[in-house]
Design a protein around this ligand. Structure first.
Ligand code: MG
Length: 366
């Protein structure tokens, strides 16, 4: 699909991170049930991991032994897996397994995880890449009118852009704050692009705008830097989108590195790993707001008191690839007045592969 329409390629700083592919994993049972999982992280590599290493470990097994299957996949790949694409592959298989469990039990997955803990799920509108400032203001105004109580925006400049870029970044945040007022939360995403020096200079400049959180200011392995920025007390710090497994989050939480845990279920190790991270974060008193929309995250948020809201990616202007999910799958709910609802009557994860846009994709099966 033409995801790049409208992008000025000379300023396309997201190019290395943009998704052009997506991995869909189907696990079929001998009773005919099919579970669907997916991975967006290096999909063509994850596909090879699934087919060459993971499939032989799960074929012929009972999906209700999901913990055994997870441990088998994790321990068989840990020497070269552990973090990154191998965990994305394990996550995709695990999601498919949980989809099967829900379908076999004829229950939505959230009913297997603790049940309905919310009447409906608050979601935040996560986009706001728009520039120039009047376009950004118009987009923010759209989300405000749609009833979102929280929005997440992106910075346009980084350390290489110097003081001018810092001022422009502040102008972006000020523009959104002026539009949404004080009754809507604003979060701001740095996507690991800052240095510590830059972050130390930016935080005081952003302090007047009452951000709910600053997301992934520095590289994810710089856990102590996260803790240091948190300790400054200017702005809550979030992270975990690029962290993996219970063990990774134990390090993050033990270091006091984040105010909000943001695992991505299709990276962290699937639902089997995510529910453990949920328990760990709850024990630390740190809320979990998973990275990305998508049904697997919504089921986890619905079934945990310590997950106050979910992320939602509106389709607006530039598409960076997260939107591919909407083209690949049917079933994701549409938010109304800033809330999403999950059905009590749709078993499993509640998604199916869409055919509406099939002609726009090259399907690579192996
Ligand atoms: Mg993020």
């Amino acid at each position: 699909m033409d995801l790049l329409a409208g992008i000025d390629s000379s300023r396309d700083t997201m190019a290395p991170f943009r998704f052009h592919e997506w991995l869909v994993v189907e696990v079929e049972c001998d009773n005919g049930l099919v579970g669907t999982g997916n991975a967006a992280l290096a999909p063509s590599v994850a596909q090879k991991v699934v087919n060459h290493f993971l499939a032989p470990l799960v074929i012929g097994a009972d999906p209700w032994d999901y913990e055994l299957l997870w441990q088998r996949m994790y321990r068989s790949t840990v020497a070269w897996g552990r973090k990154g694409v191998a965990m994305a592959a394990i996550s995709a298989v695990d999601l498919a397994v949980w989809d099967i469990l829900g379908k076999a039990a004829r229950q939505p997955v959230f009913k297997l995880l603790g049940g309905r803990l919310k009447e409906k799920i608050p979601v935040y509108a996560s986009k706001l890449y728009s520039q120039p400032l009047d376009s950004l203001a118009a987009e923010a105004e759209k989300y405000r009118r749609q009833g979102f109580q929280a929005v997440k925006m992106r910075f346009g400049w980084g350390p290489a852009d110097g003081a001018t870029g810092m001022r422009r970044n502040v102008d972006l945040v000020k523009t959104v704050r002026d539009v949404v007022g004080d009754d809507v939360d604003i979060m701001a995403e740095a996507y690991m692009g800052w240095t510590m020096e830059y972050a130390r200079r930016m935080l005081p400049l952003l302090s007047p705008f009452n951000l709910r959180w600053l997301e992934e200011p520095v590289l994810p392995d710089h856990i102590n830097n996260y803790a240091e920025l948190r300790a400054l007390g200017d702005i809550p710090i979030s992270g975990g989108e690029h962290e993996f497994t219970l063990h990774g989050f134990q390090q993050l939480l033990d270091a006091g590195a984040v105010d909000v845990v943001q695992y991505d279920t299709n990276r962290v190790g699937g639902i089997t790993a995510a529910r453990k991270v949920n328990a760990l974060a709850a024990a630390h008193g740190v809320p979990v707001i998973p990275h990305a929309g998508q049904m697997h995250n919504y089921h986890l948020v619905m079934s945990d008191l310590n997950c106050p809201m979910a992320e939602y990616f509106p389709v607006h202007g530039v598409e960076i690839g997260n939107e591919l999910f909407y083209y690949l799958f049917d079933g994701d709910p549409e938010p109304q007045d800033g809330f999403l609802q999950l059905s009590d009557d749709v078993p499993g994860l509640g998604i199916s592969i869409s055919t509406a846009h099939a002609g726009n994709f090259d399907i690579v099966e192996e």
